[in-house]
Design a protein around this ligand. Structure first.
Ligand SMILES: [Cu+2]
Length: 127
């Protein structure tokens, strides 16, 4: 019995570590907030894959310059644009969003930060 349970426990621990990493891929939406660490000049991820539905983003500005997060996309013919507040160095914010399945771009809307590399993709799977 013990030998059957142990591998499951180990697999769960690995999944939890992956889910809290800032560059988390495949982070399950229902498993807690998705961490986004903003810095010069990166969002901390290139592609984020999430399950559709309510998603909570825990956004932190780890850099020196002001940063924010904008999520933009089209779902069902409707344009979706979500903006976090502009965060100063060290500030953080939680963004609760309800994203329909689809493909979104994420970027920092401050100054020319997007062009400097603060851009990524968010893929929302159907549930
Ligand atoms: Cu920025």
């Amino acid at each position: 019995m013990q030998r059957k349970i142990l591998p499951l426990v180990a697999a769960t621990a690995v999944a939890l570590v992956a889910g809290t990493a800032s560059a988390a891929r495949d982070a399950p939406a229902k498993a807690g907030p998705v961490r986004v660490d903003l810095d010069e000049w990166t969002l901390g991820f290139e592609t984020l894959e999430l399950d559709g539905g309510k998603v909570s983003f825990a956004i932190a500005n780890r850099g020196g310059a002001p940063h924010a997060l904008t999520i933009e996309g089209t779902a069902g013919g409707e344009t979706i644009r979500i903006n976090s507040p502009i965060l100063r160095s060290g500030q953080s914010a939680t963004l609760e969003v309800d994203l329909p399945p689809g493909e979104y771009v994420a970027y920092c809307p401050v100054g020319g930060h997007r062009g400097l590399g603060m851009e990524g993709r968010i893929l929302v799977r159907g549930s």
